[in-house]
Design a protein around this ligand. Sequence first.
Ligand code: ASN
Length: 324
Amino acid sequence: MKKIILLTTGGTIASKPNPDTGLLSSGALTGEELASMCKLPSAIDLTVESIFQVPSNQMDAERLSQLKDRIEALLADQHVDGVVVTHGTDTLEETAYYLDLAIANEKPVIITGSQRGPFELGTDAMVNIRQSIIAATSEKLKGFGTVVLFNERLFPARYVKKFHASNVDGFTSEGYGYFGTVDQDMVTVYQKPLDREVYSLKEGLPVVDIIPFHLGADDRFIKTSISTGAKGIVLEGSGRGHMSPQMAGAIAEACHQGIIVVLTTRAGEGEVRHVYDFPGSVFDLTNKGVLIGKDYDSKKARIKLAILLATGATKQEIEQAFLN
Ligand SMILES: NC(=O)C[C@H](N)C(=O)O
């Protein structure tokens, strides 16, 4: 019999209506309460553990590290076949990618959430938990790193994104698609990621900011990032990766001060590349010391940059790592 651990962290999937406000209290339910509401196959040996009971806007570097340590300890037990994490959907993709890059174990780690609370009409909470537990028992998902299950689909942590604020079909991997499904009790895998990247952290995650470009953006946030001690900055540019000319001077100063600056695009798909030579272009910014963030979503680039900095990687190694 497969042994799976269900590790709950809170979120809507663990929420209860608050009679005082009529709104949802995320994380009010314990893992045990939640599991007792799911119809699980009896052939799975399930252990439930509540590690946090928070809405996912409370996830931070410290909690990520606690979660990773706990999962690693659980997977190290030879009797454990896989771990399922339940999480609020708002930051689920960031936690998933952090776990994906930081956990080396080959056993399945599946992370899921829900858009509707367990007591709401048409809730997706129980079905997502159930399908995730089934996925975690699958031999097919060994060596995949951390996988996100949502609405019966399996997504790679590197690309998955919450694209709908409330719909139960709320997650996608723009341009790349999902790599499998869990339909009733059947796990099907259509694609497997070519490379698996795993890093060994030497210290806690440093401060890395995301600074978006918008029409008319100035340099105040970049200056604040520099003066408040950020170790990394992810710039979210437009199109091929363009920032405003007003930002370019402060970006050069950030690089000059040894802050690692990575450039991404706010477009949903496509890569940051040298195409133009105007002030604020990729050409201009890389000449100032900025690294190219390829096709990374800015939130994923932020997690990756923070992890790389926490491994003690050099600027050259970080540049190389973003070519993956
Ligand atoms: N659907 C959800 O889980 C959203 C919730 N606000 C959270 O991320 O905790």
